[in-house]
Design a protein around this ligand. Structure first.
Ligand code: HEC
Length: 259
């Protein structure tokens, strides 16, 4: 009897715990055929600050991160609002006044201009780590290559014929993909060969992309750290409550004869 009550009480708890552990990991990812590199985001403030800086300098001219406010970002990655307005906010409103720290992370590019220049409007990147997955993003940012046949001179092995130029070409330099034949008429990507050098070494470029994709990962779920620590507290409370409930049950049943 005792055993049965215990297992009835713990079953929903165990099920809830399993769901909490499994659900966040089941994201959807989309690949373009090329193999994706595995990526584990870095969660330190320093890495996220560097990623945020790269995003503001190299991405936000075209992309927005419109569900996020600068002030929230400042708090989350541990920088002051003053530093945020000095070093990360380069946009203005229609009257030319500097964007305020409480604003959403938009940009000044109009949809009409973007369509003319790129054929498509660069998407809002706030949730891209959720839709594409971090492995895809990391591999994508390392898979631009020189292709003179494309209007903007660049192509991408993960996103063939992409409408985005290689905006980090100054840093990475230019590369060309190297393929081999698998014997069945398919070409398989071996890697990339450096054609011209950039200002960063390949290792430095990797670490820039690590910080940038970690930042995009944070943007996709800014509440994650707080949610996880609350989740642990809730589970602790529930376990404590279970013990109390067992003692309470014992107390209620102690004068009733068992048969
Ligand atoms: C010069 C404008 C421009 C800049 C700067 C730029 N992008 Fe893009 N980006 C685009 C365009 C245009 C597309 C849409 C491409 C398409 O759909 O063919 C795009 C698409 C993307 C996508 C794919 C989104 C999806 O799910 O399809 C990602 C990811 C991305 N950009 C990341 C970045 C990052 C990170 C940076 C900064 C390092 C950056 N972009 C800078 C123009 C830009």
């Amino acid at each position: 009897m005792k055993k049965m009550i215990l297992s009835i009480a713990t079953a929903p708890l165990l099920a809830a715990a399993t769901l909490l552990v499994v659900l966040p990991q089941t994201g959807f990812t989309a690949g373009g055929g090329a193999a994706l590199e595995h990526f584990s985001p870095v969660r330190t403030d320093r890495a996220l600050q560097r990623g945020a800086r790269t995003f503001a300098n190299y991405c936000q001219g075209c992309h927005t991160a419109e569900y996020q406010r600068y002030s929230r970002l400042a708090t989350d990655i541990g920088i002051s609002e003053e530093d945020m307005s000095k070093n990360m906010i380069f946009t203005t409103d229609a009257e030319g006044a500097a964007t305020k720290v409480g604003s959403l992370m938009t940009n000044n590019m109009s949809a009409d201009y973007a369509k003319k220049a790129f054929g498509v409007v660069p998407p809002n990147l706030a949730l891209v780590s959720r839709s594409r997955g971090v492995d895809w993003l990391y591999t994508y940012m390392k898979s631009f290559y020189l292709d003179e046949s494309r209007p903007l001179g660049a192509n991408n092995t993960v996103y063939p014929n992409v409408g985005m130029p290689h905006v980090l070409a100054d840093l990475q330099g230019w590369t060309k993909p190297v393929y081999h034949d698998d014997g069945e008429g398919h070409s398989v990507l071996d890697g990339f060969q450096q054609v011209t050098a950039g200002t960063l070494s390949p290792e430095e470029y990797d670490s820039t992309i690590t910080d940038l994709v970690s930042f995009l990962d944070y943007l996709g779920d800014p509440n994650r750290e707080a949610r996880h620590s609350l989740g642990i507290k809730v589970m602790l409370f529930l376990s404590l409550f279970l013990v109390l409930a067992i003692f309470l049950k014992k107390e209620y049943w102690k004068d009733i004869p068992h048969n």
